[in-house]
Design a protein around this ligand. Structure first.
Ligand SMILES: Nc1ncnc2c1ncn2[C@@H]1O[C@H](COP(=O)(O)OP(=O)(O)OP(=O)(O)O)[C@@H](O)[C@H]1O
Ligand SMILES: [Mg+2]
Length: 458
């Protein structure tokens, strides 16, 4: 018992965790459900319509018989002959019986009938009394059982009256629904056949697409793994930040006393410093990745002259380019440049990433930073190098997380493959665009484009 309970609750938990599977199951049940509902509804309304039509026909037949009977009540023999003729030639192929009655005390006596054995019988029936007193046609569905066969009949009772309206007697007509029932039956059988075929088709389709379920589950699992990865990055980067900052602090204390230490220790301190810088960059990148992914990175846009930020970054990094023996140039737009609505700190990070890459992936030659403004409402900052470049295939994947080009030249250059992903995210968060052009062994050009704040024309 406990086992079954556990099983059921594990299924419920599974469905709650995998809502797309739950929805698909619901659809699977819903489609045949709708088909069944549709069939039942169509057959039922068809049956209702036919039934209503039959009733109208029976009522019409009743009133025709009532009309000719009013003149013949005084001549039962002729009336009998006429009724027989009516049923034989049949006003309606399903007419079972026509009876003419006249009042006899509280009840009614049969004056003429298509079933001759009933002549002179006294008929006490509520609906005769009602039709008589209300002077109205009464119709109701009744059932008869003959030879174990049930038959449904419309029993219509219509008063016979003189043209001036005085009541003389009643006509009773019984019309069988057998023909109609047979037709409904045929439609029902056909509909059920179509229904079974449709449900079969739906089931076949589902069986055929069972793999879709697997994909849905797999996709859900991937999402979970992705979330776990995000959490891991978030926790790891936060946990790493404190010890890295502490180590940097201690190392800077040692650096202050560096000159009194032997040369080889000084070189070790330099190496430790560089490694710590790399570790610190990595921790910062990871922190940024987790903030961006969890949408926790706040952008604080202010009108900014991008030349100032680009100039500062250029100043900071040109030393490392020169140390590598590279020529580094900065060509800012010299005319009047409207400000751009961006977060200067985030834009600075974009520029640091692009310029660091240009220096890092250029072995010899030149790195050039250009600011172009052609007064089309957009300003473009490009970082161009004569570096190792990359293939078209690499360019496509360049902006994905942890993607690094794996060729002979790029292999020995260290990095994590997060810089450009962060750069693209930051650019797009500030409504900018990033473009890349590159030719292997020739060089690359990365361009970020932002809209300037429109200036009012005087
Ligand atoms: N200017 C460039 N010239 C040639 N290849 C480049 C250039 N910029 C980026 N790449 C290629 O794109 C890859 C991804 O760059 P990205 O800046 O994202 O990562 P990274 O530089 O490897 O590491 P980090 O996260 O430290 O920046 C690099 O590994 C490099 O192969
Ligand atoms: Mg990089």
């Amino acid at each position: 018992m406990q086992f079954i309970k556990n099983k059921i609750s594990s299924y419920i938990r599974f469905l709650a965790d995998n809502q797309q599977v739950f929805l698909s199951l619901l659809l699977i049940l819903l489609v045949p459900g709708i088909l069944v509902f549709n069939t039942v509804f169509v057959v039922k309304s068809m049956d209702d319509n036919m039934n209503y039509e039959l009733r109208l026909k029976a009522e019409m037949a009743g009133s025709i018989v009532a009309r000719y009977s009013s003149d013949l009540l005084g001549d039962p023999t002729q009336l009998q002959a006429k009724i027989k003729l009516t049923v034989d030639e049949s006003l309606h192929s399903s007419t079972r019986k026509v009876t003419i009655m006249v009042p006899e005390g509280e009840n009614f006596q049969v004056l003429a009938s298509s079933d001759q054995s009933e002549i002179s019988q006294i008929r006490p029936q509520l609906q005769y009394t009602v039709a008589w007193h209300q002077h109205a046609t009464i119709a109701q569905l009744v059932q008869t059982v003959q030879n174990h066969q049930t038959e449904r009949l419309w029993q219509v009772v219509t008063p016979i009256a003189t043209p001036t309206g005085s009541k003389l007697g009643l006509v009773e007509i019984l019309v069988s629904t057998a023909d109609m029932d047979a037709r409904t039956q045929t439609v029902l059988v056909n509909s059920v056949l179509v229904l079974v075929a449709s449900i079969g088709l739906v089931l076949l389709l589902i069986a055929n697409n069972a793999r879709l379920f697997q994909y849905a589950l797999l996709f859900h699992k991937l999402q979970e793994v992705d979330k776990m990865k995000d959490n891991f990055i978030s926790i790891a980067s936060h946990e790493l930040k404190t010890p890295v900052t502490a180590a940097k602090g201690f190392l800077s204390l040692v650096e202050q006393e560096k000159q009194v230490l032997p040369a080889e220790i000084q070189s070790d301190i330099n190496k430790a410093n560089m490694s710590l810088e790399r570790l610190s960059d990595l921790v910062n990148d990871l922190l940024n990745v987790s903030r961006i992914e969890q949408k926790r990175l706040a952008i604080d846009p202010v009108p900014t002259d991008i030349r100032t930020v680009v100039g500062e970054v250029f100043e900071d990094l040109s030393g490392s380019a020169q140390k590598k023996g590279l020529t580094i140039e900065y060509h800012p737009f010299t005319g009047e440049l409207p400000p751009v609505l961006i977060d200067p700190a985030k834009f600075r990070q974009i520029m640091v990433n692009l310029l660091t890459n240009a220096i890092k992936y250029t072995i010899s030659g030149k790195v050039e930073v250009n600011i172009i403004f052609e007064d089309l409402g957009k300003v473009a900052v490009s970082v161009k190098d004569t570096g190792i470049g990359m293939s078209a295939g690499d360019m496509e994947k360049l902006f994905t997380q942890f993607y690094r080009v794996r060729n002979r030249k790029a292999r020995d250059i260290v990095g994590t493959g997060l810089g450009l992903w962060i750069t693209k995210q930051l650019t797009e968060m500030m409504d900018g665009k990033i473009l890349v052009e590159s030719i292997e062994d020739v060089g690359s050009r990365f361009t970020v484009v932002f809209s300037v704040i429109p200036t009012k024309k005087k």
